[in-house]
Design a protein around this ligand. Structure first.
Ligand code: MG
Length: 450
């Protein structure tokens, strides 16, 4: 059976031959999965191929006898909100999130608004590979449009915050990544009492402003805009606005781990509990949580796993170091708009973002990658373990933790590469650990290669 779903849904580059067949066939499998007579919400980001793929997936779903509510161009968390709010049986998002413009993707949402668990995705993969038929003409599904759900999502977020007092009004620059984030965040922050300036706010599938991933090298314009306007901070979304990256008032990029630590500190100052993060999270977060008297629960990489673990153990917060933060009192999923509002509240209460960042523990985290054939991936870690005398943990990949440093060795789920992450307070130590484990990886790959 072919695996279709990666750590965050299905991603591919739809070219001229794949506009129709794959989305319709997948839609049919989805319609069978959700069930005849059931109802699912479908939304998309602003990509050029979004309307074609959405129409194909929706056709397949209806052909299986399942009904569709078309939400139009919306953020992924808006679809998750809609599934809960409209009490539908599930949702589908047509988006490639942070991937370049030529990509698109499909993500499935369960009836509780969380991303589908892996075992559920396997059921869809089985239906897809076995092939399923269409309902008869009396039983095919209907499609209605509902574009009001964005307003509902905005109101729901704002219901959790107090508007800023007149003397605490902030200026925020919002970079919408030419996606749905540009439709939501400026409105939300304005209603919260901020002075908002936007860049890349109009949805545009050609992404004329910048590439959709909110990493430092793509956010030069936002950095300049923050400094030029004398703003309090800048916030940048990815293509489907489940992530938010921040620029402080000095124009410095705030890494996702640092913003997670700032959120965790704020939440734990109000309520003690457990913070859930994946195995590749910086010690900036772990140390901050412990300093604040909180507990840390480590999961494998992937936001659906983090969200489900938070729900399972009643965690107070969680997220990933890529700018995806999960506030469980809000929803069990990442929501970039919610992250932006939280940051407004924290900066208004506690002072400048640069000071919040500078008060965090200082670590250097670096990553490198080694080319690794897919067929060697399953044996590689076992073989490497034989050469490592230190204690290791295998929650996801292999993590070696020492007093002053840690290294994570993990095969990519989507590319023929092996990733090595190292972190320590001392940059020289990080470089030497990266070099040491890079050499070990290359040596073991050579030994295993036929
Ligand atoms: Mg995303």
């Amino acid at each position: 059976m072919k695996r279709l779903f990666g750590t965050n849904g299905i991603r591919w580059k739809p070219d001229r031959s794949e506009y129709f067949n794959f989305p319709i066939k997948l839609g049919l499998a989805l319609g069978h999965y959700f069930g005849k007579g059931k109802c699912v919400c479908i939304g998309m980001d602003a990509r050029t191929t979004g309307p074609i793929i959405k129409a194909g997936v929706a056709s397949g779903i209806m052909a299986a006898g399942c009904n569709v509510i078309d939400l139009g161009i919306v953020a992924t968390p808006t679809v998750q909100f809609a599934v809960r709010d409209l009490e539908t049986d599930g949702g589908v998002v047509i988006s490639a999130s942070h991937n370049p413009p030529e990509f698109n993707g499909i993500k499935c949402i369960a009836s509780d608004g969380t991303e589908l668990a892996r075992q559920e995705e396997e059921k869809i993969e089985r239906l897809f590979s076995e092939g399923v038929g269409c309902a008869n003409w009396q039983e095919v599904g209907k499609c209605v449009s509902d574009h009001s759900v964005i307003a509902g999502h905005i109101d729901y977020i704002l219901s959790q915050f107090q508007a800023l007092p007149e003397d605490k009004k902030l200026t925020v620059i919002v970079d919408g990544s030419n996606g749905p984030g540009g439709l939501l965040t400026p409105k939300i922050l304005s209603r919260l009492g901020c002075r908002v300036i936007t860049i890349n706010a109009q949805p545009d599938g050609l992404f004329p402003g910048r590439l959709p991933e909110p990493v430092e090298e793509h956010l030069g314009d936002l950095k300049d805009a923050v400094v030029d306007a004398g703003a309090d901070f800048g916030v940048a979304h990815d293509g489907d606005a489940d992530r938010a990256a921040f620029i402080d008032e000095k124009g410095r990029y705030v890494t996702g781990d640092k913003s997670l630590a700032i959120f965790a500190k704020h939440i734990l100052s109000k309520e003690k509990g457990t913070v859930v993060v994946p195995v590749n999270t910086s010690k900036v977060v772990i140390d901050t949580v412990k300093e604040m008297g909180g507990a840390v629960k480590i999961t494998p990489v992937g936001s659906p796993l983090i969200a489900r673990k938070i729900a399972e153990i009643g965690g107070v917060f969680g997220g990933e170091g890529n700018g995806g933060a999960i506030f469980p009192k809000h929803m069990f999923c990442r929501d970039g708009m919610m992250s932006a509002c939280q940051m407004v509240q924290i900066v208004a209460e506690k002072g400048s973002l640069s000071q919040l960042v500078d008060r965090l523990p200082r670590y250097t985290l670096k990553r490198t990658r080694v080319a690794c054939p897919e067929k060697l991936k399953p044996m590689l870690l076992q073989e490497m373990k034989k050469h490592i005398s230190a204690e290791t943990s295998d929650i996801d990949g292999l993590k070696i933790v020492d007093d002053d440093w840690w290294v994570l060795l993990r095969a990519s789920g989507t590319e023929p590469i092996f990733r090595i992450t190292a972190e320590a307070k001392d940059e020289g130590l990080v470089d030497s650990k990266l070099a040491e484990f890079r050499k070990l990886t290359e040596d073991v790959i050579q030994v295993l290669s036929p």
